[in-house]
Design a protein around this ligand. Sequence first.
Ligand code: GLC
Length: 557
Amino acid sequence: MKLNWWHGKIAYQIYPKSFMDSNGDGVGDLKGISSKLDYLKDLGVDIIWLSPIYVSPFVDNGYDIADYRNIAPVFGTMEDFDELLAKAKKLDLHIILDLVVNHCSSEHELFKKALKNPEGEEASYFYFVKGKDGKAPDNLRSYFGGSVWEKVDGYDDMYYLHYYAKQQPDLNWNNPVLVKKVYDMINWWLDKGISGFRVDAIMNVAKDLSFPGLPADDIDGLCAANKMTGKLTDRIPKMLNDLKANTFDKYNALTVAEAFGVSDEVLPKLYGDNGCFSTLFDFSARELYESLPGYYAFPHSTVKHYRDHNFSTQKKVGLSGFICPILENHDEPRSVSLYLKPHQQNANGAKALATAFMFLRGLPFIFQGQELGMTNTHFDSLDEFKDLLSHDEYKKCLAHGLTEEQAMEALNNHARDNARTPMLWSDAANAGFSTGTPWMKVHQDYKKLNVETQKKDKDSVLNYYKKLTALRKSEDLLNCFTYGRFDEVDLHSDEVIAYTRTDDNCKVGVFCNFEDSDLEISLGEGEKLLLQSSDAVRVSGNRMVIGPCAAAVVRLK
Ligand code: GLC
């Protein structure tokens, strides 16, 4: 593996609508982000990923892009962006943007032209396809519900393809003219000085142009589009080889792909020195949910689930690649609510979980608010959910026989909105996020759970995250945590996450106890406690006791 600038770093995801509002319109913006760069620096962050900031009708909160080379007015101007970039550079912070090129917005100039003439040049940048036997070309179901095909107005038998909302038409990656336009746009941003991209939904670009469909997997007679995507992943490396050579490689840009359902054979071709991208998020703990038909069927997760999937990825990747461990992102509920039992959903639980995550091999991404130990927000009524997916899932719950109360509970547990409520800065009105009316509900606990309060409390989750990032990057351990081997430590419990990281000079053990009883570890000669998540960790002589919901990091060599 070639050494690269992003190794040994820590990344942080910002969801711009909900991070910091500088002008009181209730929506976060670029000036708001600029005002918080010192906070991120202090947290130990090196790389910042901004979810989409481009011009958009915001049907899918910016993942529907109408103009790739301009900033959405609600976020500010291109000058604001340039200022943000310059300020970040001064602080030695890298900015990466979201690259959403499986689809664009139906408000994009090219799509508007295509719609006017489904047989013209612009239509060939998308998938305009005639129906089969008086029906849509296939029976795939969009990620947001309903058919992936939308009938074109004014034509008898013409449809266009959208794997997401109907306002998000898929781009045709088989058309070299379109692909060249995408390359130009990518290079335009890289020329501006950004450090790379998070690459959205990229596995979906492979399409079977005969549109064969698949056996129905639910009562609507449709089949989830991701099942088709899963069958075509081996086509991706060939399709995207040129992308890297014509864009990212020339700038040594960091690219982090959102890739689900990747088989072991395809994995090495997708990332690393010879792959299409620098690295991929580790979504293994999420794949169970991706394979289930809807929130109505989603189980509560467990620390065992998180551990087993992440450990399996760590072993698979070994020393040859670099993966991005996560606990959260803008598409998932809060990790404290998802993986922990109700009595563990507190600061101690958050710290123990953070410890388990922070020392895995790769480039860890922290999602905004995770560093405070945020839990899910409580939503009282359906209209408090802003995500279009939540509304589709609600209908699905009812169609599958859940009561309205049960449907609300499923949404409260699993909705993406949980990650998208405003960042909690202080105990002031609206958690200091905005002086106006926030576009989304503010978390119920903001009076206690916020940055200002946690800054003052030496035992807070926030101050613990600072210790974690500092330890991960400490001079004598940096190499071990960055490039060292990962090994599982099997302590025969479903509720313990334990592993070691080893290089030529050091060996470090990470022990996280989610049992309701003490975990005992015997320490060898010279083994030393480096970090403890709370005073529930006690060492006497060669005996270390880790109390319930506590974690310890120990230097073993
Ligand atoms: C990705 C994004 C998600 C978005 C979807 C469509 O999965 O993370 O937020 O809705 O792509 O762009």
